[in-house]
Design a protein around this ligand. Sequence first.
Ligand SMILES: Nc1ncnc2c1ncn2[C@@H]1O[C@H](COP(=O)(O)OP(=O)(O)O)[C@@H](O)[C@H]1O
Ligand SMILES: [Mg+2]
Length: 230
Amino acid sequence: MEHSILEEILERSKQELVAIGAEAQIWKASWYGYPAIIKVRRRKKYLHPQLLDEINVKRMRRETKILVTLAKTGVCVPTLYAAFFSKWALVMKAIEGQPLSQCLKDRCSQENIKLAGRYLGLIHNVGVIHGDYTVNNMIVTNRGDTCIIDFGLSEFSTDPEDRAMDLYLFLKSINSILPPEIAEDYFGIFLKAYSSVFNEWYAVKERLEEIMLRGRYVEERRLSTRVSDR
Ligand SMILES: Nc1ncnc2c1ncn2[C@@H]1O[C@H](COP(=O)(O)OP(=O)(O)O)[C@@H](O)[C@H]1O
Ligand SMILES: [Mg+2]
């Protein structure tokens, strides 16, 4: 039963592969007339099939639970349409727009950065961490919203270290795209929006500063090794 509905939708969809990630393949589809994507977790040859099934189903359960939790928070996330556990497939709303990473290269509005910060604060407030909070996992819609996708690595956690790691990954992702002084400005805007909605900002701030120091230390070590290699 589960099987046939999914097969039918996949067949009816244009069979258009959107992306092949480390964990899943993303297909474009139509869910009862609504633009959708189907995220199918990939097989891994090196894992025993039964173990892989257990891992995939566990991760899918967590992803569905998180998407449903976030749907009530006002954060723009894809609406979950269906879960086919035996096929390792999730069907969700297709968010139409441009990745924030691309939009930043074209100098998009600071409002999008503000939204990314505000939404992360709201995500953390309900005890969820994203796990891969980078500008590649955000889509700027035509209406100017910044929707958050890719909850495959998300977890329920209230640990300040995990929360600070979401902030740090965001910083690293903008640093890899923007000139340092603009990235710094944007991170300031992001943090202001985050801390204005997130209730336990001070604990996270402390951890973030520690992680940034550690990051700087590692980076300096890497650079000095490169220099001394010459
Ligand atoms: N709900 C969605 N709406 C529109 N595009 C999506 C959606 N989910 C994923 N995508 C597209 O598929 C790509 C890969 O999906 P993602 O969930 O980020 O998996 P991963 O990064 O692990 O490969 C995204 O960068 C995006 O282009
Ligand atoms: Mg992604």
